[in-house]
Design a binder for this molecule. Structure first.
Ligand code: NAD
Length: 455
């Protein structure tokens, strides 16, 4: 049996940064994943491929309105196969980058599907020798949740995996779930000419987003051509002559394809038929503040445990665990994990929403600024959107909600201000370059205090 100081199962945005960090600190580290899947959901079936498709979609969107920039784009066309090839190339390049990083850091790589057995024994498909380690970290991530009530024929009833690898644009697409995946992929297919209908069972899209912002966004997406039904359920779904028949709000409708985007669940495949018993909580692997599972010497991070299922949260877990192992007194705090939706306009939020502040009985002041008053947004032709900042009475920033251009970048100002407790007076001394989109953040902060924070 081969023995390591640390074995990381899963090479996603939780697993590989942890392996690199620990190897660089002198530990004997191994990481196990299928070579074609290093980078995890984020790189292979999530963040990166979706962003590549969205970039092509946004490019097309701008071509369509070239005239507003004084440009002529002639006959606008696209080649979906090339759009897909571009996405594949980006994914491959990034995956090779991770491979190099692991190799350079001295991490031993095993390519294959790993199973964890009792007593910390690991068997890898295609590898004869068993492995073990002082510490094993489960970074096994998540897979799309496709509840059994939905038909399972993946040629018609897609999860995000099939949608991302679609070989052609369907004529029409029903998206079940108005969450992040539903909106991002819904927008991609809509831009490329597919008739997209999103059905969300909750009263608003993107549950968790500040309600007023979610409401304000509906007409924005509808104007772009998306049909969005909130507070509605898909009551029936079945195949019909190669298409899908759906009952929505009592009415029968037909779609070429269906995308089931109703969330994700923990990937438990690593323990199938192993006799391993590990404590779980609501489907997630249960861990304490030290990321320890119920099995001695076995830890878990990322999507497999509580907290938002986001790549940057998994990396944060990895860095928190490494810091704990190096003796630092730190524990995870998920109260300031930024959420980002990479549609155009982008949507991003961090900290508390207005609803959360109200239900906590916290009095707050609201700052607001509009991108329509921001020079950079106007010149870029992306003047739709606003930044809302929520402060307590002492000027502490409790929440930031942005929709508009580069929301996912600007949100960092809000996260930093909240995380480090920067008060509005100190913040107002910070120089923002002009013209930039981030000036809109500064203006939102100032407006909360009647523009009177200078001096
Ligand atoms: P989600 O949790 O974001 O949204 C699922 C939506 O489906 C919810 O709004 C829910 O109310 C709705 N829903 C559930 N059952 C339904 C039903 N039967 N009918 C209609 N609506 C129903 O999940 P997702 O969009 O599938 O994404 C999965 C995970 O991946 C999430 O944790 C998400 O944060 C993550 N993700 C993140 C990004 C990003 O950060 N940009 C992008 C994609 C995915």
């Amino acid at each position: 049996m081969q023995k390591f100081d640390l074995i990381v199962i899963g090479g996603g945005p939780g697993g590989y940064p942890l392996a690199v960090k620990m190897a660089r600190s002198g530990k004997k580290v191994a990481i196990i994943d299928k070579s074609s899947e290093l980078g995890g959901t984020c790189l292979n079936w999530g963040c990166i491929p979706t962003k590549a498709l969205l970039a092509s979609a946004k490019g097309l969107h701008f071509l369509k309105k070239a005239e507003t920039f004084g440009l002529g784009a002639g006959q606008i066309s696209f080649d979906w196969q090339k759009v897909q090839q571009r996405k594949e190339k980006i994914v491959l390049q990034l995956r090779q980058g991770i491979e190099k990083l692991l190799d350079k850091s001295g991490v031993t790589r095993f390519d294959g599907f790993a199973r964890l057995f009792p007593d910390k024994k690991i068997r890898i498909e295609g590898v004869e020798e068993e492995l073990t380690a002082d510490k094993i970290v489960l970074c096994v991530g998540s897979v799309p949740a496709a509840p059994a009530v939905f038909p399972q024929d993946r040629s018609i009833f897609w999860t995000s995996d099939q949608a991302l690898n679609a070989t052609e644009i369907p004529e029409s697409l029903l998206v079940v779930g108005g969450g992040v995946i539903g909106l991002e992929l819904g927008q991609v297919f809509n831009e490329f000419g597919c008739k997209v209908t999103i059905v969300e069972m909750m009263p608003q899209i993107l549950p968790g987003l500040d309600t007023a912002t979610a409401k304000r966004l509906l007409p924005v997406f509808k104007k772009a051509g998306l049909e969005i039904l909130t507070g509605k359920k898909v009551e029936g779904l079945e195949p019909l002559n190669g298409n899908a028949k759906a009952i929505i709000d009592g009415k029968e409708r037909e779609f070429s394809k269906v995308l089931i985007a109703v969330g994700r669940r923990v990937n438990h495949a690593f323990m199938q038929d192993t006799g391993l018993e590990i404590e779980t909580e609501n489907g997630f692997i249960k861990v304490d503040e030290t990321y320890s599972t119920s099995l001695p010497g076995v830890y878990a991070i990322g999507d497999a445990i509580k907290g938002p299922m986001l790549a940057h949260k998994a990396t944060y877990d990895a860095m928190t665990l490494a810091a704990q192992w190096s003796g630092q007194q730190v524990v995870a705090d998920y109260s300031l994990v930024p959420s980002c939706v990479y549609t155009y306009p982008e949507i991003s939020w961090v900290g508390k929403s207005e609803e959360a502040l109200k239900s906590d009985g916290i009095e707050y002041k609201t700052g607001r600024s509009l991108f329509s008053a921001n020079g950079k947004a106007m010149t870029a032709g992306e003047a739709d959107g606003q930044i809302k900042t929520l402060f307590d009475q002492n000027g502490k920033l409790l929440g930031t909600i942005i929709w508009g251009p580069e929301a996912s970048n600007i949100i960092n100002e809000g996260t930093m201000m909240s995380q480090f407790g920067v008060d509005v007076h100190s913040f107002s001394r910070m120089i923002h370059p002009h013209p930039t989109l981030s000036e809109a953040f500064m203006e939102s902060v100032e407006s909360a205090f009647g523009g009177g924070v200078h001096g």
